[in-house]
Ligand binder design. Structure first.
Ligand SMILES: Nc1ncnc2c1ncn2[C@@H]1O[C@H](COP(=O)(O)OP(=O)(O)O)[C@@H](O)[C@H]1O
Ligand SMILES: [Mg+2]
Length: 247
């Protein structure tokens, strides 16, 4: 079954058409890279899957069901910056998702539930290569370490769909290559579908099973408001790449 299906989705802000008639099926366990010029609606597209924005027209389905309109634990997200909370420690940042789900008002767990959550969070922190930083704050970490933390935070629950918005775009090339290896492993080991926006074609071809390009077919200034971006390329990586574990 497809993890995500979009049927004739449009997104408009006032008079401005941002996305125009997007229909797309994303297979479960796919790793889709989304590319396209700045301002063409890539973040808007991710925010619709996340449930932060609704399509103006059309419908989105997750595992065959209409997408629940609120962001939930089934969808994780990492942005280029500011995915983690600056006033929480590394451990606190990884725990927060579980705490808010278990105790939405108090935001705290107690007793054995808390001990189990801490154990899981520590294991996740070690898994992304951040062992020993549990009591540090994000500002005390490098950019690469902060993005590792953001991944650990998004994956503790773990989500069915992981949404990544240029997550590695601000990292230097060496750090980026290391985190690509981590990302590959996490995708292989976690039964999730990934949708990643990137500016970097090399990154797209390194990680993805499929590369989807958005473009505005008519882009003259007087046409900008009246025509949105749509899918102009849809490329399956050859040879076919698949996640190591399918469930
Ligand atoms: N909340 C919003 N209200 C009004 N316009 C918005 C909003 N969010 C995005 N836009 C507009 O939608 C267009 C696409 O933005 P975005 O999805 O951020 O593009 P990209 O991520 O591809 O750079 C831009 O013109 C932007 O100004
Ligand atoms: Mg964007």
């Amino acid at each position: 079954m497809s993890a995500i299906r979009m049927d004739n989705v449009w997104k408009e802000y006032g008079d401005q058409i941002v996305l125009e008639n997007i229909s797309l099926e994303i297979e479960s366990r796919a790793f889709v890279a989304l590319v396209g010029p700045s301002g063409c609606g890539k973040t808007t597209f991710l925010r619709m899957i996340l449930g932060q924005e609704r399509p103006t027209r059309g419908a989105i389905f997750m595992d065959g069901q209409p997408l629940s309109p609120e962001p939930g634990a089934d969808r994780g997200v990492v942005f280029q910056r500011y995915s983690v909370f600056p006033h929480l420690t590394v451990l606190g940042n990884v725990l927060i998702g579980r705490e808010l789900t278990a105790a939405p008002f108090a935001g705290r767990l107690f007793g054995s539930a808390r001990r189990a959550a801490i154990e899981d969070a520590r294991a996740m922190i070690a898994d992304v290569g951040l062992e020993g930083t549990e009591n540090k704050y994000p500002a005390q970490l490098s950019g690469g370490m902060q993005q590792r933390l953001a991944l650990a935070q998004a994956l503790l629950m773990p989500p069915k769909v992981l949404l990544l918005d240029e997550p590695f775009g601000a990292l230097d090339p060496g750090t980026r290559a290391e985190i690509h290896q981590l990302m590959k492993r996490l995708w292989n080991e976690t039964p999730m579908t990934v949708v990643m926006v990137t500016h970097d074609m090399r990154e797209a071809f390194t990680l993805a099973t499929r590369v989807v390009a958005f473009e505005r077919p008519r882009d003259r200034p007087e046409e900008k408001m009246r025509y949105g971006a749509t899918i102009t390329r849809d490329l399956h990586i050859w040879p076919t790449r698949r996640a190591a574990s399918t469930d």
